[in-house]
Ligand binder design. Structure first.
Ligand code: BGC
Length: 347
């Protein structure tokens, strides 16, 4: 049967309740019916890492609504940060003969086999936001993660000076984006005498690591000039540790995602910069591409990237640095509302 036009078996259970009236309504009989309904809509399985970080709900909502608008049905599964659960979800999608499987990989190294299995079953696979390594996915769509790191490095370098001291709290080491952000960040510092005095990793993106790394550093009676945070959720914890030491606003903190809390901190002066990634572009483009691929078309992409073994098509989107200066222009009314961002200060 043609993919994308397959017959989906839906069991419709209808319960018919009859009131048999002898005297009043003394007896009720139940009858149930199973019915097969045919759906020829394109079927997309979307396996997500988790919804703990603010952005992912937005990714899901935009993706689902665009895909539905284009006539597809989307089954969203949340792996809750567990690799084995993510693998089972993908296996379930393979069993259900989805047309396309879209994955936010928890661990870029652990999905090679299951992706190969999906591809052998004729299912298209899209790596969403995070690259899946050595798996020859049909498409990788993301923001330029190396550029995210470059922006963080350039903005910190400008503020802390050529001989400043910084510390870093990177994201999850199993997320390939972290490797790319690190590459871009280190490249941006090249040629300066900036000293990276401490580096931590938030396994599974556990933001509290940001609090611990910062507190431990400050406990040594040292104050960094800047702190690079893997994302804004980590920055929340870093700034909490700075606040407890009465240092909030005195250390340049950078992150990514333009979370509402980070945007608030930026206008309030306790975070210097965040990297905004317009999710609308990513999620809508991914949904359009998924639907096209389900129809057997290969959409045009901007470039390709090596996944360790194969060159895979890569749709590469531009991230944008946001500080107090361009907050209104870039974020307000587009990503967050003015009253949310300027909650505690005059806009
Ligand atoms: C994404 C970030 C996100 C992080 C944690 C990364 O792969 O690029 O935007 O904050 O995962 O979910």
């Amino acid at each position: 049967m043609e993919k994308g036009r397959k017959k989906i078996l839906v069991i419709v259970l209808s319960v018919i309740m009859t009131c048999v009236s002898v005297s009043g309504c003394g007896q009720v009989t139940k009858e149930s019916n199973e019915e097969e309904v045919e759906s020829d809509a394109i079927q997309i399985g979307f396996s997500m890492d988790s919804f703990l970080i603010e952005r992912w709900q937005r990714d899901r909502d935009i993706f689902v609504s665009k895909a539905q608008e284009l006539g597809a049905e989307v089954n969203v599964q949340n792996a809750n940060g567990e690799v084995s659960r993510q693998i089972s979800q993908i296996e379930y999608f393979i069993e259900k003969e989805m047309d396309v499987i879209v994955i936010v990989a928890i661990d870029g190294n652990s999905l090679t086999e299951v992706v190969e299995k999906a591809k052998r079953a004729g299912i298209k696979v899209i790596a969403y936001d995070r690259l899946i390594l050595n798996a020859d996915v049909d498409l990788y769509i993301s923001f330029d993660n190396k550029k995210v790191g470059t922006l963080m490095g350039e903005y910190l370098r400008k503020m802390v000076g050529e001989e400043g001291t910084i510390i870093r709290v990177n994201g999850s080491p199993s997320d390939h984006n972290v490797t790319l952000v690190t590459e871009g960040f280190e490249e941006a510092l090249q040629g300066s005498a900036i000293r990276i005095d401490k580096t931590g990793y938030a396994e599974n993106w556990l933001a509290e690591v940001g609090f611990d790394v910062t507190s431990e550093y400050l406990a040594e009676d040292k104050v960094p000039d800047g702190i690079m945070c893997g994302n804004d959720d980590i920055a929340t914890q870093v700034v909490k540790a700075l606040s407890e030491n009465r240092l909030a606003g005195q250390v340049y903190v950078v992150g990514q995602d333009a979370d509402v809390a980070a945007c608030q901190r930026i206008v309030e002066g306790t975070q210097y910069m965040t990297v905004y990634k317009p999710l609308e572009l990513l999620a809508q483009r991914a949904a359009e591409m998924a639907v096209a691929m389900a129809k057997g078309e290969m959409p045009q992409v901007s470039s390709s990237v090596n996944d360790g073994t194969y060159d895979v098509p890569y749709e590469n989107l531009e991230p944008v640095a946001v500080t107090k200066e361009n907050m209104d222009e870039v974020i307000i009314g587009k990503y967050h509302q003015k009253n949310e961002v300027y909650l505690n200060v005059q806009g």
